[in-house]
Design a protein around this ligand. Sequence first.
Ligand code: HPA
Length: 279
Amino acid sequence: MSLSPVQRSAEVLLKAWGGRRPKVAVVLGSGWAGMVQGLQEPMDVPYADLPAFPPLGIAGHAACVRLARLPAIGGADSAGPDVMWLMGRQHAYETGDATAMRGAVQTVAAIGCTTMVVTNAAGSLHSDWPAGSLMALRDHLNLVQRSPLQGLSGSDRFVDMGAAYDADLRRRAIEAAATAGAVLQEGVYAWMMGPQFETPAEIRMLKILGADAVGMSTVPETIAARHSGLRVLAISLMTNMAAGLDAQRLSHEQTLTAAAAHEQHAAQALRAILHSIAN
Ligand code: HPA
């Protein structure tokens, strides 16, 4: 029997990694590139070599899977655990297809990871969470009303989303971030399709609906991850106040500039979080 694209992708990665088996995968969003600095023993496989992975087009995103160990922290002299890094994602706004990352997420599960950490850049709906603030997702609003599970059959596609973001992982993440001197807020993330930013009226609507942050990613990956049985931790880096909440004009350049300004802070927090949850 021929192997599925997910099985073939898992096989390519496991062969390249020669016996190294990460337990945690991280999807690196815009603004999280600083995280790759200092990683130990990196080994890259381009998405193009992985049949379950999407082609990527957006500036600011590499397109490879990296296996690498976390750098040592807190005076320890040996490097931390191996982590699988998904460097770049395809967004639903590129093609209208919310299933774009499904195969990649299924590959994460197929190689034996148990936890997926999803990172993103987001707009803040809180006046006291300015650009640079970090928020762990407690829940989300799938306002796009698309699913990465569309097209699948079988009863396991009816995934329970009652506790999509793992409460225990989140608690450990908040504690670990604090040890790195970072405040990790908790809140609700609203997924908007984009690629245009929201209108001020849309942001007022999102606030009424209970959103704390708004962005164009993460929700499809989280749904796919829950379908694959992965535990999920998701973290937003606020790169701006959402539309209408201050006078700033929004643009992709603004997102990338703000992300770059805060990426060391975000990376430091994430490093401490991963040390705590990947060990
Ligand atoms: N809206 C949607 N996505 C975003 C934003 C925003 O304000 N900032 C960064 N990504």
